[in-house]
Design a protein around this ligand. Sequence first.
Ligand code: DER
Length: 217
Amino acid sequence: DPKLAQKQAVAKSALAYIEDGMILGVGTGSTVNCLIELLPQVRLKGAVASSQVTEDKLRALGIEIFDLNAVGELDLYIDGADEIDAHGNMIKGGGGALTREKIVAVASKRFVCMVDDSKTVAKLGKFPVAVEVLPQARSYVARELVKLGGEPVYREGFVTDYGNVILDTYDLDITDPAELESTLNNIVGVVCNGIFASQSAHIMLKAGDDGVSTVKF
Ligand code: DER
């Protein structure tokens, strides 16, 4: 991974936001995996995972997994993103965990997003928007996404933690991220989508060739 050093650097800088005794919301993806490797350095009470993959990695380190329904609001959620704009709006879902990630994110007071400099964009939308769909509604939703100007591509052979399917949708015009997030959610059969505007990041840690920079939104 040519960005591995940057992902490790940004994961290291994220440790500063974690307090001893915390129940930490943990995201999904290769950047988060760099953070998970560092978690033995902090004394967490436990964690809420945003995917089965993350849960398995945390358990392997002996970190106690908490059910979100048992913990109330979390103080902190740390995750990566596929794209992030100047307002902290993100496109997520490359790893297919967008719904479970968004649930833990909205239930957290603060969202710290770790990215390498390939993820920051002026306008969201080069990366496809992952739309999680109930299996029976897949073709109907695909037709609705085309009406919106999108190009939906079925993520063949992939099933989400909730047993649903994903349409990776290209060419959507994301001039207004919050509006499109809501429009997509209103299509019958859509469970959730990868536009994170209703729950954007509060802090971005960005790794570049000149080190890690911090942006507060
Ligand atoms: O799928 C996701 O939402 C991931 O967080 C993704 O956006 C970032 O994954 P990466 O750290 O492997 O680039």
